[in-house]
Design a protein around this ligand. Structure first.
Ligand SMILES: Cc1cc2nc3c(=O)[nH]c(=O)nc-3n(C[C@H](O)[C@H](O)[C@H](O)COP(=O)(O)OP(=O)(O)OC[C@H]3O[C@@H](n4cnc5c(N)ncnc54)[C@H](O)[C@@H]3O)c2cc1C
Length: 446
């Protein structure tokens, strides 16, 4: 048994400038790559000890990929460095007056502080939805959702009560952005090719996949043309799309919409919005719409030595009056530029301002069904967009091991239509679910 007093951050003293980075995601990892080991001491503090490739998270949740195939331990990414110090802790506050950050096990001082904390799910203050729904923001979420889906099929297969069976076979996804769309498409393909063979006694025509959004189109961040194509693809796959529809409550059994409609379901997936994962300690005026206001060098408003990058940063300019989209590219590009600028400062050179290079966006709905918005207002769809999606995702996956495992899984799926990871490793028990508790207990009773 450990006691907190027995632990400390244990960061070695240094004569080099110390860069403390909060977070271990896209922005943080790319920044670290551009900070030379012999010029800076880098201290990375993250509440997750792995670097996850979130665009493929929905495939973990739908049993298409192993969780480990889309993640790498942060320590492994920088194991060739001598002055890189990773600590698996959450930062609880920033103290600009003392130039320190605070964690559960102590403080560490910084010369430069970089906030790269990304976002968290936004439940718009609805604690009931937060408590009862499934998020999809990290590997734990994806594995929980995978367990929940597989358990629901198992329970539907043995249910005597048609109403209960139907609620187990109803999946509601709130939020028709890329995560919701990709999840819905993947579930629809699973319903078509995988589940009827696994459960010959269950009629999967009864399985409903609802994709709901408060806005009037699917994939709102993409072009209207890509939205239209995606809508058609989803309809062909039998996804039930409900637009202009807001979820007002979910008690774990019934989703109630603002217009009064109700759907009985055991699974509500919440992909309806994100909020910045801000950390306590900076003045309120540095935060706008949950993101830190930064200048063109990513310096937080009013601070020379505190930076914010990626999803958590709000850099407004003429081209991007509402800030950059909260996607991977701004985080990667800001991380790289900040690393280069800190090196420039060491050399007494002037800094370069950030200029976002928009490479376009992609979303996949299923086999040979994808959409792409390219720079110059061009859109692609179908097979060609699907191939582009496959290549881009393999290219950006970090590490040879991940690329190999993901490609192998995709090839296997291409020829067999199978999902190899339909495995309940950790049973998911919803709070208060007595039957779930008993089933989970039965698995480990001896
Ligand atoms: C399911 C899903 C699918 C996505 N699909 C796409 C896609 O297809 N294309 C695309 O471009 N983008 C996609 N995104 C968005 C993309 O992943 C983000 O824009 C990107 O990760 C932002 O990078 P970041 O470095 O700002 O934050 P993140 O990568 O989210 O990293 C944040 C880090 O901060 C850590 N952290 C947070 N708070 C604290 C704290 N208080 N103390 C310590 N550590 C903390 C977290 O553990 C994490 O390591 C997707 C995101 C999700 C969740």
């Amino acid at each position: 048994m450990l006691h907190l007093e027995q632990l400390s951050l244990n960061i070695p003293e240094t004569t080099k400038p110390r860069v403390v980075i909060i977070g271990g995601g896209f922005g943080a990892v790319n920044l670290t790559k551009y900070l030379p080991d012999d010029q800076f001491q880098v201290v990375m503090l993250s509440k997750q000890h792995y670097y996850g490739f979130w665009p493929l998270l929905y495939q973990v949740a739908t049993a298409g990929l192993e969780p480990e195939s889309i993640a790498e331990p942060i320590r492994k990414l920088f194991d060739d460095r001598n002055d890189f110090h990773f600590r698996f802790v959450r930062v609880t506050s920033i103290n600009p007056a003392t130039k320190t950050v605070t964690t559960l096990i102590g403080d560490v001082s910084y010369d430069y502080l970089v906030i790269a904390t990304g976002t968290k799910s936004n439940y718009f203050g609805n604690e009931q939805i937060k408590h009862n729904s499934f998020g999809l923001k990290n590997l734990t979420d994806a594995v929980n959702l995978r367990s929940q889906l597989l358990q629901s099929f198992e329970q539907a297969n043995i249910s005597k009560d048609p109403e209960l069976r139907q609620s187990l076979l109803n999946i509601v996804i709130a939020g028709a952005g890329p995560t919701g769309v990709e999840l819905a498409g993947s579930l629809a393909e699973m319903r078509q090719h995988v589940l009827p063979r696994d459960y010959p006694g269950l009629d999967f025509r009864l399985m409903n996949i609802y994709l709901v959004d408060g806005l009037d189109r699917v994939l709102p961040p993409m072009s209207p043309e890509s939205s239209k194509n995606t809508h058609q693809y989803l309809e062909k796959l039998g996804v039930n799309i409900k637009l202009n529809k807001l979820v007002s409550s979910y008690d774990g059994e019934t989703v109630t919409f603002k217009d009064g409609e109700q759907i009985k379901t055991q699974t509500l997936v919440w992909a309806a919005g994100v909020a910045g994962a801000t950390v306590e300690g900076l003045p309120a005026e540095t935060i706008e719409r949950g993101r830190y206001l930064v200048n063109q060098f990513n310096q937080v408003l009013g601070f020379e030595d505190i930076f914010a990058i990626g999803d958590i940063a709000l850099m407004k300019n003429e081209k991007w009056p509402k800030g950059h989209p909260q996607v991977a590219q701004p985080a990667l590009q800001q991380g790289r530029l900040l690393g280069k600028n800190l090196v420039r400062r060491m050399r007494g050179q002037t800094w370069e301002p950030f200029d976002y290079f928009d490479k376009g966006s992609l979303a996949i709905v299923g086999r040979a069904r994808a959409v792409a918005d390219l720079p110059g207002n061009k859109s692609l769809k179908g097979f060609i967009a699907w191939i582009a999606w496959l290549f881009v995702h393999i290219y950006y996956l970090i590490g040879f091991r991940s690329k190999l495992i993901v490609m192998t899984n995709w090839l296997y799926r291409l020829f067999t239509y199978q999902r190899g990871t339909r495995i309940i490793i950790q049973p998911y028990v919803q709070p208060g679910d007595k039957v779930g508790e008993e089933f989970a207990r039965q698995q480990t009773v001896d």
